[in-house]
Design a protein around this ligand. Sequence first.
Ligand code: ATP
Length: 212
Amino acid sequence: MKPLGLFGGTFDPIHIGHLSVAWEAAELLDAEVRLMPANVPPHRAAPTATATQRVDMLRAALRGQSRLALDTRELDRSGPSYTIDTLGEFRREFGERPLVLLLGADAFAGLRSWHRWRDLFDLTHIGVINRPGVDACIPVELERAVAARRTDDPSVIRAQSAGRVIELAVTPLEVSATRIRELLAEGRDPRYLLPGGLFDDPALLAPYRATP
Ligand code: ATP
């Protein structure tokens, strides 16, 4: 069975870094990948764009291809949701199908702060995506917990439903939503850092542009 890859994030806004690594991860794992925008918990800085605006941008970005899909289940629930609960929902829906939680190397390095992080491996594999320009030093406790789970063989991921960690060597792209928000706020036009679809409708990027 083709694995189902789950790529969560704020996507404020979605950029070519997200798309390119999700696409390459899908190729490397021969997986279908869903992009899953998150509700941001109240104790974190609020995204610049609303949930609806972030979804509109994702829809525009994903138009015209069928390998990457949008999954809004975390936004459809009110309030922030724990990844462990979302994965439980996927597991109930998809039975034994391999699930792969895709995380940028920076997100993976911070895994120990996640609710019930050790239990994640009962529900999913983790695909770690290399990301240049970020501090992705893996804490000793995390490395100890995952060492025996590591594999570099995608066929192992396809043969089991959960429990392994695989590094996915994708083309490094040093792009971040933070940088794109800065450029737009300065009145710049980061045309080739964003998917073309975001320029089809001027309203899509309006949340980031400085008001005259
Ligand atoms: P921000 O700059 O606002 O923090 P971001 O660009 O890191 O945003 P997020 O939506 O926070 O984007 O990231 C979602 C996921 O995508 C995370 O797992 C993150 O590590 C990963 N990611 C984002 N950009 C890249 C990139 N250029 N290369 C690899 N992974 C990335």
